[in-house]
Ligand binder design. Structure first.
Ligand SMILES: [Zn+2]
Length: 432
């Protein structure tokens, strides 16, 4: 079942033709209306007239979060405020927020993309959609909300927090679809298990994004909540959630590539890599009016494939995000992504997927401590068994990541829970 069959099952040559046309227009528009981008193009020695085919995109300079920060708040906008009907912002790790704007058409396209994604996850009219993303400047809440309404589903703006009330809504309102971050879904899953109400829920789909998560986490969530879990991807700079999503084949996230043109580039050279090879994910907004970012480097690391999916869609597919070049920890010279540690932990039955990595430096040597919780039923007071388990996890991490880690197992509930994006890393070296 498709939301927009024509766009989602278009032959590749037809898609490329449309993308090429849209690209020419988008570059011309950005050059004429966005002064910082025009300056970048001039510096690179490229003009809108040099962009004729999709291959020419490699001539164009990249943009990233720093460009938005430098142009704070509206310097990258291509329209006047009289055309902007919505403003969102995302908090960065340093300093000022990244501010994004939308015209009426931008919001309509966002709704369309969300509707396509949610349809991939089985949402239809008649569904009851509990939106447990945060409402506010963050795009998750309103993005999910308008997408669900656009489809015609009964939309419940639960927002985040108040786990007891979330459970009550799940049970009493008969929610069939849950939208929230995967870490918050895990928290709700634990609470459902504790309350013993899994059998009473009507959930069929969970649509989870805004932070990277693993296949192991998917199985955990499906087990706890008795539904099918879908990965949705997006970022406010490009539009918000709905840039791509899993279909029922769960074989990669279909990109709405008639609106957002994806590339994977080598993090060092900036050159496009072959289909299927990992690299940094870059998007060009083909249809955005207010904030038409060209070659925006998300710093998310994944792969891209363009063959037809079992679901019938021809839209390119992203692999799961395996990390961010920003999030990559370098510990004693070794590249470590939190998702790699998560995969190891999910393979160990005695611990739960609540964890925190603490990185520090002692005697000029980086140290990694992995704090992880025991699963229900495992006795925390049996010191010898806990120590044996810590050694086993340490060995697993060492053989997978080639790094020694100090494992600290703690009782259930001791690792801080998150209602939004989970905090997985505490890097104390930054304070040194
Ligand atoms: Zn598919």
């Amino acid at each position: 079942m498709y939301w927009n069959e024509k766009a989602e099952t278009m032959p590749r040559e037809e898609m490329r033709r449309i993308q090429g046309e849209l690209l020419r227009g988008a570059v011309k528009r950005a050059y004429e209306r966005v002064a910082p981008y025009r300056a970048k193009m001039k510096q690179t020695g490229v003009e809108p007239g040099d962009i004729n085919t999709l291959e020419d995109i490699e001539k164009l300079p990249f943009t990233d979060k720093a460009d938005l920060r430098d142009a704070y708040p509206y310097g990258m906008f291509a329209v006047g405020m009289d055309e902007v009907i919505r403003i969102h912002a995302s908090s960065g790790t340093t300093g000022k927020q990244t501010v994004v704007g939308y015209t009426r058409k931008d919001i309509e396209i966002w709704n369309e993309c969300m509707a396509r994604c949610m349809t991939m996850a089985g949402v239809t009219r008649g569904d009851i959609v509990q939106v447990a993303y945060g409402y506010g400047l963050f795009t998750g809440g309103l993005g999910g909300h308008y997408g669900a309404e656009y489809i015609g589903a009964a939309t419940v703006p639960a927002s985040t927090g108040n786990t007891k009330r979330q459970l009550q809504i799940l049970e009493d309102f008969g929610s069939t679809v849950l939208l929230c971050t995967p870490s918050y879904a895990m928290l709700l899953g634990d609470a459902v298990r504790e309350a013993g109400i899994k059998g009473k829920l009507k959930l069929k789909s969970g649509i989870h994004g805004a932070e990277p998560w693993t296949e192991g986490m998917r199985r955990e969530l499906e087990d706890r909540l008795g539904y099918k879990a879908y990965d949705i991807y997006g970022l406010s700079e490009i539009s918000g959630p709905g840039v791509s999503c899993d279909c029922e084949a769960a074989a990669g996230l279909h990109v709405q590539e008639d609106h957002f043109y994806p590339e994977i580039v080598d993090a060092h050279t900036g050159k496009q890599v072959k289909d299927g090879m990992p690299g940094e994910l870059v998007f060009t907004c083909l249809t955005k009016e207010a904030l038409p970012l060209i070659r925006y480097n998300t710093r998310d690391i994944c792969t891209l494939r363009k063959d037809k999916c079992a679901c019938g869609r021809t839209l390119a597919r992203m692999g799961k995000i395996t990390g961010r070049t920003d999030d990559m920890l370098i510990i004693r010279g070794i590249n470590v992504f939190p998702s790699q540690v998560e995969s190891v932990l999910l393979g160990i039955a005695e611990v739960s997927p609540h964890y925190l990595l603490v990185v520090d430096r002692k005697n000029n040597l980086d140290t990694l401590e992995v704090r992880v919780e025991l699963r229900e039923g495992f006795p925390f007071d049996e010191v010898r068994r806990v120590e044996e388990l810590e050694r086993r996890i340490g060995k697993e991490i060492n053989s997978t990541l080639s790094i020694s880690a100090d494992i600290r197992i703690s009782p259930i509930g001791s690792v801080e829970r998150s209602e939004g994006k989970a905090k997985r890393v505490l890097d104390l070296r930054k304070n040194l």
